[in-house]
Structures are given as structure tokens and as C-alpha cells.
Design a protein around this ligand. Structure first.
Ligand code: PBG
Length: 324
């Protein structure tokens, strides 16, 4: 009670504030999502994500050197697949010489210490832009899980440290874990997109990969933004099935979910600050309406305060530069 307690005593100087600070963001927390494209010398800007590009493998090597120097420890790979290679079953996803598999090998040879995580989902490979096989307008669960497991195996065989299923089919973590174990890939980890919402914040990403659903939406597999208990249920199931790291996505609008999960599980939690969040800050900063770097760091800190251990963010390079 005042005046015995004066909260401002602890805020008097930078040193005091730092001594009592509860959370901090460091380079060790950041994962950088990267978009990969076919070709050479390709650095294709993504209009709604200023500062992000689709990179060909040769330029990926240069990018890797830059981000390694910045102290970034993990990349999350996404590939832009040519339309002619897309079909309903995502056949190309299993090609051992596919773009993802080559990208993994490129990262591992260029930056052996970089942790490589791969996106496991059919949408970039699907002629329907859905995360699963489509039959009569429905997304099939179990046949999709089988393909996802083979896809994860193929990424692991190419050298991925972690596979990251982002599809939200039921049972895919168990099936992927079993497939990896049976193939002797016992050290390949699974970062599961466990609480992934059917969000409108993914728009710029779908532009980047040309992967918007051709019909309908993703509400029969991604979660209803109204739900909170369901996020915990999804996450607990994924941990039982073998997820080493769980994820909440999108980020800022779902900080309450991160905290719920933090209070209930013991595995590391990743937050994904998604493309729409990135686009909002870039747009506001371009207009001079927000101070870019300060808002960016405040947002990243908010993920840590909510309870995230890792943050997948398109700001990773900018943040690492500021922190250096
Ligand atoms: C698809 C996938 C999406 C994102 C990551 N993996 C989009 C979607 O579910 O439609 C979104 C990432 C972002 O918006 O930054 N499996």
C-alpha cells in the first residue's frame, strides 16, 4: 500500500529497470521463415511483404551466410511450386529431387549449424490450394496423413532437423513420428502447428506461394478463432502423439492461447507471427504512422511475455540486426 509501496521506485533508471526486467528477446529465440523458388539469381519481391523475397537456391546460399553472421539459428523453409507440378495428391511433395529437398541440402551444406525446419503440408503442391486431398469438395483426413508422413520422411532424409506439419489433419503427428522411427530417423524432431486457427492473417503468405484455396476455406481443418479450450486439447493430443515443440498461430491476436498452453504443458512453445501481422506493421510504418523498430521489438517481447520460447517471424533479420 502507498507510500510503503511506490512502484515507480523500480523504474527510476535504465539500470534498475534492466535489473528487474522479467523478459527479454534474444537472437536465440528467432526462427526465420524463407520462401524458395526455382531458377537462378531469382530474388522476387513479395508485394504485401516488403523486405521478403522468393529466393532461388543460389541466392539462398548468400542469404544463409548473412543470417548466420547475424546469429540466427533456425530457418523454416517454404517452397513455391510451379503450377504444372501441382495435383490433388501433392505428388511432387515426395520427389527426392524436389525443390524442398534440394533446399534442405543447400542449407545443410552452406550452414551446417543452422537448424532446418521444413513445412509439411500439401497446399503449395495442391491443385486445389488445400492442405489435404480433396474428394467431392471434402478434405480427406487419413489418406492425407499418409502422404504427409511420406513427405516428412523425405524431408528428414534430405537432412531436415525438424519437420513442421502445418496442415491440421488429425493424427498426423503420430503417423509422422511412427514413420520416422521405423526409418531409423529417431533424432528428427517434430514442431507441430498444434493450435493453428482459420485466420484471415495468412493472406500475404498465400500470395507469396500462390497457394490460396481454389474453393471454400480451411475451416474444416484449421481452428475456429472463437475457441480457447480446443487449442489446449489440440496441443495436448499433439504432445501425446510425439510433438517435440508445439506452436500457436497466428501470434499477436492469440497471446491468450500461448499463455493458456504455457500454463499447461512442459514442451517448448513456438509462436508464429504470420504474414498479415508483418504486413500491417510494414504498411503503418510506410505511412509514418508507427515507429517500425520500436513496435517490432515490443511485439516480439509480447510473445516472450505470453510464454513463447521460440518465435517464427519475418522480422528475424531486422530484429537480429537491432539486437547486435
Ligand atoms: C499452409 C501454411 C500457411 C501458413 C504457413 N503454412 C497458410 C495457410 O494455412 O493457409 C501461413 C503463414 C503466414 O501467414 O505467415 N500450410
Amino acid at each position: 500500500m502507498y507510500p510503503n509501496q511506490r512502484n515507480r521506485r523500480l523504474r527510476q533508471s535504465p539500470a534498475l529497470r534492466q535489473l528487474v526486467s522479467e523478459n527479454q528477446v534474444t537472437c536465440n529465440d528467432l526462427m526465420l521463415p524463407l520462401f524458395i523458388a526455382e531458377g537462378t539469381q531469382v530474388k522476387d519481391p513479395i508485394a504485401s511483404m516488403p523486405g521478403c523475397y522468393r529466393l532461388s537456391l543460389d541466392l539462398l546460399q548468400e542469404e544463409l551466410k548473412a543470417i548466420t553472421d547475424l546469429g540466427i539459428k533456425a530457418v523454416l523453409l517454404f517452397v513455391k511450386v510451379d503450377d504444372v507440378l501441382k495435383d490433388n495428391k501433392g505428388t511432387e511433395a515426395l520427389n527426392p529431387e524436389g525443390l524442398m529437398q534440394r533446399a534442405v541440402r543447400t542449407v545443410k551444406t552452406t550452414s551446417p549449424d543452422m537448424v532446418v525446419m521444413t513445412d509439411v503440408a500439401l497446399d503449395p503442391y495442391s491443385s486445389h490450394g488445400h492442405d489435404g486431398i480433396v474428394e467431392e469438395g471434402k478434405i480427406l483426413n487419413d489418406p492425407t496423413v499418409e502422404i504427409l508422413s511420406q513427405m516428412a520422411l523425405s524431408h528428414a532424409q534430405a537432412g531436415a532437423d525438424f519437420v513442421a506439419p502445418s496442415d491440421m489433419m488429425d493424427g498426423r503427428v503420430l503417423s509422422i513420428r511412427t514413420t520416422l522411427e521405423e526409418s531409423g530417423l529417431t533424432d528428427t524432431g517434430i514442431m507441430s502447428y498444434s493450435a493453428k486457427y482459420a485466420s484471415s492473417f495468412y493472406g500475404p503468405f498465400r500470395e507469396a506461394l500462390d497457394s490460396a484455396p481454389g474453393f471454400g476455406d480451411k475451416r474444416t481443418y484449421q481452428m475456429d478463432p472463437a475457441n480457447r479450450l480446443e487449442a489446449l486439447s489440440e496441443t495436448l493430443r499433439d504432445i501425446e502423439e510425439g510433438a517435440d515443440i508445439v506452436m500457436v498461430k497466428p501470434g499477436l491476436a492469440y497471446l491468450d492461447i500461448i499463455r493458456d498452453i504455457r500454463d499447461n504443458v512442459e514442451v517448448p512453445i513456438a509462436a508464429y507471427q504470420v504474414s498479415g501481422e508483418y504486413a500491417m506493421l510494414k504498411a503503418a510504418a510506410q505511412k509514418g504512422w508507427l515507429e517500425h523498430d520500436a513496435v517490432m521489438m515490443e511485439q516480439l517481447l509480447a510473445f516472450k511475455r505470453a510464454g513463447a520460447n521460440l518465435i517464427a517471424t519475418y522480422h528475424a533479420k531486422e530484429a537480429a540486426q537491432l539486437l547486435a
